[in-house]
Design a protein around this ligand. Structure first.
Ligand SMILES: NC(=O)c1ccc[n+]([C@@H]2O[C@H](COP(=O)([O-])OP(=O)(O)OC[C@H]3O[C@@H](n4cnc5c(N)ncnc54)[C@H](OP(=O)(O)O)[C@@H]3O)[C@@H](O)[C@H]2O)c1
Length: 311
């Protein structure tokens, strides 16, 4: 019998492939009201992309974009100091200390500075933002309303929430479109980011949940990996080997979960032999309240993201 989980996964993959095929055939000149952009594959190679901020997030996204069709010659990055710019130069990307230069030379601009710097940076670049621009903010807790308020009227803004595994092209990214961003603008961003990992679109209310689930969730998984390794150290395994096996276990379990499309409970039950080791271990985890603690962790992180967004 077909597994409904597998069906859903296959449908998602097929849908994505179909979507990318459609994007290839689309002439985005028609869709984007005169913005000078053509769609994938030529589109990504023609699009001028800017990054304001050269930190880990900008670097992760840039690496993902470059493993697609975007060309390093069409990307420019700005930061006040040179400390993070060298690694972009190694990718063949142009660097500058001028945010204005990035905006003036780009069609799509990622604003990747710390959340408290978004307002001064947007105020600084605002006079250079025109109707051809798509401004993509990745700052945690900064709402679309705030971004739109700081930009000229009718500006196209998108809020994107990535997570750290973008650095290895295995990110989980969720974006929400602002009031003047069209479906085609979202499609353009999705096409550009598809090599960064899983890219989904949703209402802005889901962005804070995504922050709890996936932005912070990465750290929850690290804590679990650390605890797994320490359990093995307690039982006598050398630390380096225990950490290496724990990280591979997390990687393998995650890959199997994504690729099989099965519900985690089903995969978990497939590992449990009646009366065997795994069910004994799972019983201990349930007694320790791992499930409830993890749900509460996502809840607390989401609430905190909401609270930061209100400040
Ligand atoms: N890291 C994550 O896991 C993660 C996940 C989701 C969202 N985010 C969001 O991504 C954003 C960036 O985070 P990050 O971890 O990449 O931070 P980061 O590593 O500290 O990088 C911040 C960058 O901003 C630059 N910068 C500071 N002031 C600037 C200005 N006035 N104009 C232009 N650039 C300026 C810094 O310049 P210097 O190089 O000169 O210091 C640095 O390159 C944050 O808003 C965060 O909420 C991060």
């Amino acid at each position: 019998m077909d597994d409904p989980g597998i069906k859903k996964q296959n449908w998602d993959v097929k849908e994505t492939e179909l979507f990318l095929e459609i994007l290839k055939d689309l002439d985005m000149k028609k869709c984007l009201d005169g913005r000078k952009i053509k769609m994938d594959p030529e589109m990504d190679s023609q699009l001028k992309i800017g990054f304001i901020g050269a930190g880990n997030m900008a670097f992760g996204i840039a690496k993902g974009i470059l493993s697609g069709n975007a060309l390093p010659a069409n990307i420019k990055v700005s930061a006040p100091s040179s400390r993070n710019l060298g690694r972009f130069q190694e990718l063949g990307v142009a660097v500058t200390h001028s945010n204005e230069e990035v905006v003036s030379g780009s069609d799509l601009v990622f604003v990747a500075v710390k959340p408290h710097l978004v307002a001064p940076v947007l105020t600084e670049i605002s006079e250079h933002v025109t109707e051809r621009h798509i401004i993509v903010s990745v700052a945690a807790g900064v709402t679309l309303a705030t971004v739109e308020e700081l930009l000229p009227e009718n500006s196209v803004a998108i809020r994107l929430m990535p997570n750290l595994p973008c650095l290895v092209q295995e990110g989980a990214l969720l974006f929400a479109r602002g009031s003047h961003a069209k479906q085609e603008d979202g499609a353009l961003l999705r096409s550009l980011l598809h090599r960064c990992g899983l890219v989904e679109e949703g209402p802005e209310a889901w962005i804070d949940i995504h922050t709890g689930l996936s932005g912070s969730g990465v750290a929850f998984v690290y804590l679990f990996a650390e605890a797994l390794a320490e359990g093995a150290v307690k039982m006598g395994m050398p630390s380096a080997l225990a950490h290496s096996i724990a990280s591979q276990t997390v990687l393998g379990a995650g890959k199997l979960l994504r690729e099989s499309g099965k519900h985690p409970a089903q995969l978990r039950s497939e590992v449990c032999t009646p009366g065997g080791t795994t069910i004994y271990g799972l019983h201990t985890l349930e007694q320790g309240g791992l499930r409830a603690a993890t749900m509460s962790a996502v809840e607390s992180a989401t609430e905190r993201a909401r609270e930061l967004g209100r400040k």
